[in-house]
Design a protein around this ligand. Sequence first.
Ligand SMILES: N[C@@H](CCC(=O)N[C@@H](CSC=O)C(=O)NCC(=O)O)C(=O)O
Length: 278
Amino acid sequence: MKELSRQRCHGGWQCVYSHASESTGTEMRFSAYLPPQAGHAKVPALYFLAGLTCTEETFMIKAGAQRLAAELGLMLVACDTSPRGLDLPGDAEHWDFGVGAGFYLDATEAPWAPHYRMGRYIGEELPALVEAQLPAAADRRGIFGHSMGGHGALVTALRQPQRWQSVSAFAPIANPVAVPWGQKAFSRYLGADTSRWGEWDASLLMERRPYPGTILVDQGLADAFLERELHPRALQDAAGRSGQSLQLRLHEGYDHSYWFIQSFIADHLRHHAGQLAA
Ligand SMILES: N[C@@H](CCC(=O)N[C@@H](CSC=O)C(=O)NCC(=O)O)C(=O)O
């Protein structure tokens, strides 16, 4: 792992790293905020998965999370949204598929399958690397995200609840099998057999196997993607059927942007800190 930058921030360090990824077969970048407490002890790590078109920088620059993370002693880790630099046919034609749109799943179809393995990357490889190279506690991991990344966070925790002690989401794509963004991505990454898509759909997973803890989800009611792509009601229905403890909060006037995330980031950090406390 190479350290690309390191800058002082709220008594800790804002860093960017790159490494050769086994999951994607490419060089991947991630950013990490190391709170002051990480100077002398292992701290809980909270992973953020960003949305379509974002990079490992977006959350760290726009969410305004570092000040409170420093107070709470939380490490923040933000990865990229797909492999880059492969130049696969069709990987850069659409902003909602391919580069910047890896959907945090493991593709099964050519030409995506050997590289678009963001499920394995975020589920296994990145935490193992972070815990080996940075002062992150291996038994206190949280995950959250926005939109495509909110979907990724929910799916990652629902698929492997024993590995994630806390989870939350901002405006997640709650039921990707039922909406255009999800159908476009899943049909290409996972193939035409829709019976295989459910393993990567947060609402379908939650209905079958609830996560053993409360999940916090915030959604803006002025979000332009709400009706067509996000469907938080599907998550609420799934939680009702499975007994999942879900705190779904709907906010008048808030849209899909990082202004919305910045407005509620403190609640998410406190939610995670509470569940990740040693
Ligand atoms: N088409 C636009 C918009 C892309 C966009 O809105 N991306 C969202 C995530 S959408 C779901 O995953 C985002 O977080 N954008 C970054 C931001 O800073 O707001 C485009 O091409 O930009």
